[in-house]
Design a protein around this ligand. Sequence first.
Ligand SMILES: C[S@@+](CC[C@H](N)C(=O)[O-])C[C@H]1O[C@@H](n2cnc3c(N)ncnc32)[C@H](O)[C@@H]1O
Length: 238
Amino acid sequence: MDSKIGLGFKFDRIKTPDFYRHYIKYNKKILGMIEPKIKNNSIVSDYGGGNGILARDLLKLCRKRRKVITIENIDIDESRFEKIPRVTGIKGDIRSYRTKGRYDSAIARHIMHYLSPGEQLRFLKNAKNNLKQEGFFLLINFVVDDRKSYEIQGKIFKIVRKWKRIVRKDVPTSEKIKGLCKKSGFKIVKTRKYTYKLSIIDFYKNRYKLSGKQVKELQNSLGVKSHKVSQLAVLMQK
Ligand SMILES: C[S@@+](CC[C@H](N)C(=O)[O-])C[C@H]1O[C@@H](n2cnc3c(N)ncnc32)[C@H](O)[C@@H]1O
């Protein structure tokens, strides 16, 4: 059993086409949804920010507009923190992390599927509590919206769990995420969705460090080599 999968493992630096689409390709467009709302000297939280790949891109975008911001990356796994100027790593659990009205804005990406639906709601309520009045929150997560891909995604998590200790509590859909955002009291300002494919031999093989034999078993059990996934970005206001 590999206990580091999903936590300490720096999977998002792997250079393959699927990783590029999932972690890099849409960053500028998606972060462009919140950048105009961020003022100079803002403090921004990045919930479950990991090695800061998104924080770096937000800093870059703000710098282009001559804005200096500070980002606090709240992550349960401090081994993922990297030294990045203007980014502070805070070891914390987003299910319980509360600091009333501290942040001007917030971002979070690819974190919802680590939480059960109850925990997702608790996290969103905490994020709202931690924002200043009228602050903005950009929540980004992969979603699986068509039935066939939804079933495949669930099966992938189930099969990989036989080999690796992965923490996956939910397969998010657009409707589930938007419903929870509203339930937590946020007002949805704008959403965007980008759809692409993730393949077993590229994304999942590298993501979970699967052997050739495991990849074959996964493909045979699923009867497909890839599935559709989308990146959903929801811009919300407190
Ligand atoms: C898939 S990575 C995404 C990293 C980053 N947000 C990105 O998009 O590049 C998920 C991150 O969430 C963190 N995480 C998982 N559960 C968490 C929790 N309950 N509280 C804080 N961080 C958590 C993991 O340690 C990991 O760094």
